[in-house]
Each structure stands twice: as C-alpha cells, then as structure tokens.
Design a protein around this ligand. Sequence first.
Ligand code: PAZ
Length: 308
Amino acid sequence: MDAIDDANQLRETPKNEVISFFESAPLLKDAAEIEKSLKEFVDRNTSSSGNLNGKANRVVCIASGGTTVPLEKQCVRYIDNFSSGHRGAASTEYFLKAGYSVVFLYRRGSCQPFCSSLPDDPLLECFSVADDSSIEVAEGILLKLPFTTIFEYLQILQLISVSLRDVGPSAIFFLAAAVSDFYIPWESMALHKIQSASGPLDIRLAQVPKMLSVLRNEWAPMAFHISFKLETDTDILLAKATMALKKYKMHMVIANELSTRKEEVIVVTEQEKVTVRRDCTRAGAEVESPLVELVVDRHSTYIKKFDA
Ligand code: PAZ
C-alpha cells in the first residue's frame, strides 16, 4: 500500500480532496466520547503544575499499527498491512518513563505497551497486573484510542490534533502507524459481500489525501512533528525520508528498512542524519529506547526556542 510516486510526492494536498475524504467517510462512532476523554486528559496533564507524570505539560500522540481499507460497507474483506504495532507500543513505554503523558492511537488487536510482545486481547488484560489500562485508570497519563480502518484513523487523528492545539510546542506527533496510501471511497464501496460468482475482481483504489501536510500546517501547527518512512529498498530510503521532511515540513523523519527495523533506524532532520541502533550487548534491549531518548532531547531544544 505504500507506493507513492515521485510526482505525487511533490504535489500539494488539494483542500477539496481532504474535505471530500472527511465528508464521505462513515460517521465516527463514539466521536463525542473520544472528544470528552481527550479534553479531560489534556486538562489533567497540562495544568500549571505540570502533568501527572512529572514533565511539564509534555504530551505525545503516538500512532501505532496499520490501518485497514474495507472493500465492502458491511465489511467481510479488507486490505491490510504488515505493521505489528511493536514500535508504537515500545515507544509509549519509553515516553512514559521520560515523563510525558501519552495519547496512544493504536490499531485494534496490535501490540500494547507493557505487554508489547503479546496481542491486544481483552482476556489477557484480565490477568495483567501492571498493564496499560491500570496506568490509565490509576495515574491518568496514558489515553488509549483504538482504530481499525483508514477512515477511523484519520478522523481520530484530527480530533487528537485539535485537542492538543493549545499544548503548542510541548506536544509531539510520533506517527509510527503504517497508513494506507490507497482506499475505496465510501460512496463507491459495495454495500454487501462481493460475490465471487461475478468472476475476477477489478477494484479501483483512490489515493488517500496526504494528511501529514494538513496536520502540520493546519491542525497542530506549533507541535513537534515526527513521521516515519519505511522502505524495502535501502537505496531509496534516505532520499524518500529527506523528501518527506521537506515536503511535509516535518521536524524529524525516522527512516527504517523492513527487515532491519528492530535493529536500527536513521533519524533525518534538517541539520543531521543520525543512525540509532539497538544495544546488542544487552539482552532484550530495544531500538526504541535510544530513539525516544534522542527525540526527547531534540524536542527539549525545540521547546526552548519558544521560551526565548
Ligand atoms: O509496527 P511495527 O513495529 O511492526 O513496524 C513499525 C513501522 C515499520 C510500521 C514504522 O516504523 C514505520 O515505518 N511506519 C511508517 C510506515 C510507512 O512508511 O508507511
């Protein structure tokens, strides 16, 4: 699903494409409830005395796991991608340890913080002692919002960005989710299960509008924005990451290759390209530990610019 061609990389996201994506998307269930929990969460964690987790007002939105593209409105089949959500779940743990409060926007069924090697299974949550939900309830520093489809993902991301707008430069968007590039617009989607008796299936997929630029420029213009770039061809990885940095005016693009993504990533900014590696000398060490450390450092520098 990640076949962006170079011509499209250079194209601005037309406003009408964004408007028509949201207007034609199926209504988000629980939108009012999500907005309410976001408001309470932001109020609780951005008081004058700092957040409940010790780091003055710093909040990170972590997007994790892959979005699906339904083929039918009453969905039986869908297009999916490989993302396990491990990156997002592990990073959530390190941001919490660094004193941030976290909005964890995750794919239902994907890896969860503090049990990231296990699936998101309600049964497992019954047995867990120090799991994510206990943190949310006990300390109020982790808000978990699930999505499945590309429609849900983008609608919830918009709600989050609007609710974090007043957090200004203290907010980070850490967009590790694998987001579909193509989809079937709701109005042209079959209502019922597609029948195999009709012969081979021809599907035309529309391009998902590039919401990164909308997020960066309109929804949360003061926040610190980090996107990810995944490729399987190392020869084009850095060029693609650098292009995304410029085109979407990201503060950081984290480049990774499919087969080595758990070992190393390359952090690309306007000033530097830093390779971050997992500490192989320590059993169980994860690349997300030094990665989040570096992000927190660069975020602190970013915030200072606004204090001056
Ligand atoms: O979810 P995961 O741990 O299996 O993989 C993480 C990742 C590769 C999805 C993430 O690091 C990433 O690159 N996300 C953006 C993918 C993209 O370019 O669409």
